[in-house]
Each structure stands twice: as C-alpha cells, then as structure tokens.
Ligand binder design. Sequence first.
Ligand code: FES
Length: 173
Amino acid sequence: MATQTQELTAPLTDEQKLAQVREFIAEVMTHEHPDSYLIAVLHRTQELYGYLPTEVMDEIAQEMGIPTAHIWGVATFYHYFNLAPPGKHVISVCLGTACYVRGAAQILQTIKDELKIDVGDVTEDGLFSLQPARCLGACGLAPVVMIDDKIHGELTPKKVTQLINQYRKQANK
Ligand code: FES
C-alpha cells in the first residue's frame, strides 16, 4: 500500500525571507527599468514579513541602488504598506460597496473606539491591528470583517464589540 506523506511547511526564518527578497530583486534587476518595480519589491517584502522592516528597506536601497529616503517616501505614501509589525490578530474591515451601504463605516468607527487606534495602527498590547479592505467576497453577509483568515458577517456595532472581547478573552487564557 502506498504511503502518503504530508509535508509540513515550517514558517520561514528571517534569513530565508531575506534570501527571497534578494532573489526577487535579482530577477527585477534583469529588467530594463528596475526602479519601476520598487512597489512590487515592497509588496513581496510585506507578504513575507507582514510589514516593511527598516533593515530590509536599507537592503532594498542598496541592492537596487535607490536612495533609502525615496523608498521610505514610497512606503509611507501608500496606506497599504505597514511600517510596524502587525498585531497578533489583523482585523480587516470591508469598505466595499455592499458593506458600506449596510453600515461598514459604523462598524469601523466602533472598532476604532473599542481598540483606541486608527486604521493602519496596532493596539498598545500588540493584540490587534486594523486595516481597511476592499470587497472580501462575502457581500451576502454584509457588513463583513475579517479577523486573520476568518470572515465574520452580518455585524452590528454590538456584535463586533462582542467579537473583539472574545479574542481578548482567548488571549488572556
Ligand atoms: S463589499 Fe464587503 S464583502 Fe463584498
């Protein structure tokens, strides 16, 4: 009988992540205008690290021959990029049309008030970070919030507060 093996993928170490960033840059540098790929490089970095660490931005500057100040300028211009490590739980609030018309703005405000942070920030205890999202593909459940990879729908300000408290309780166990 054939044996099935399941390969478990361990999280990448920082060295492996950096190696992947370098590999990506090396590929980009073969193109005619490599600096036009800067945003793609930053995206790849954020995918790997969850944010843009300063030392990796310095590395990108060196490898691509772009001034660090310019890279910082690009990274801070786009709200998509995080300059600090994300919280333990990432809350993405859908601001797509279906969610918006069903009260997403109120849900977002409730979360901001409850966590005492703004979009793009991390709570003081490092438990949550907050980010906006486009349509999360669950419009039938609008308004929708995704916490990590879990969708929570048909939310009201009261329900979203309860949800946050559930995560807080789990963290204190
Ligand atoms: S608009 Fe929010 S899930 Fe589609």
